[in-house]
Design a protein around this ligand. Structure first.
Ligand SMILES: Cc1cc2nc3c(=O)[nH]c(=O)nc-3n(C[C@H](O)[C@H](O)[C@H](O)COP(=O)(O)O)c2cc1C
Length: 186
């Protein structure tokens, strides 16, 4: 799966989304590319247009994707008209300080966007505790539309190692599905 083209465009106001994006990239493989939507170059847009899969990432601010990331999504509309991203794999992730925090609205925003672009949406497949007590740290927020992480406000490291591991596994899943979609075999 080393030749897959996977891009991870993200916005991060305070660094949390960026760290999660880095963990997803670790799982997705050596060719996964992080793109900071605040500093997009022409080459970054070319990478997106050539990508097999795009994993969208933004923090949840005021019950939706951070405005700066929404701006990026709106900048893509020229690609919509010509179906340029049709049949690319899409996936998404978000973070917030509350276990709910209305983070679902952010993932819904991303999946609707992907549907508009004709992309193939890949959700989360991890099942952890309490259904599987032997997997206490997996998918702690119980989110399946995409990856959610809840920031641990006030702790030394406000992103838990188990959440970053879940992020890594999410990257692995998206890469595996992309491989099946692009190469036609598991
Ligand atoms: C303006 C603003 C609005 C926020 N709104 C929410 C929210 O609706 N739900 C939530 O769970 N967290 C909310 N948060 C907390 C952030 O989502 C959280 O701190 C996140 O980890 C920040 O990610 P970042 O460091 O990548 O910017 C908000 C933070 C800010 C600054």
């Amino acid at each position: 799966m080393t030749d897959l083209k996977i891009c991870i465009p993200y916005y991060s106001g305070f660094g949390h989304t960026k760290r999660i994006a880095q963990s997803i990239a670790r799982g997705a493989g050596p060719t996964a590319t992080l793109l900071d939507v605040e500093n997009m170059t022409g080459a970054d847009w070319e990478a997106l247009d050539a990508a097999d899969a795009i994993i969208f990432g933004a923090p949840t601010y005021m019950g939706s994707a951070a405005a700066r990331f929404s701006l990026f999504l709106e900048q893509v509309d020229t690609r919509w008209e010509n179906g340029e991203w049709v049949d690319k794999i899409g996936a998404g992730f978000t973070t917030g300080i509350h276990p709910s925090g209305d983070k679902l609205a952010t993932l819904q925003r991303f999946s609707l966007f992907a549907a508009q672009m004709g992309m193939i949406w890949v959700g989360q497949a991890e099942i952890g505790a309490p259904v599987k007590p032997d997997r206490p740290g997996a998918n702690r927020d119980g989110s399946w539309l995409g990856l959610m992480v809840t920031e641990q406000l006030g702790q030394d490291d406000d992103l838990l190692a188990e959440d970053l591991e879940t992020a890594c596994r999410f990257g692995q899943r998206v890469a595996a599905v992309t491989h099946q979609w692009v190469r036609g075999s598991p």
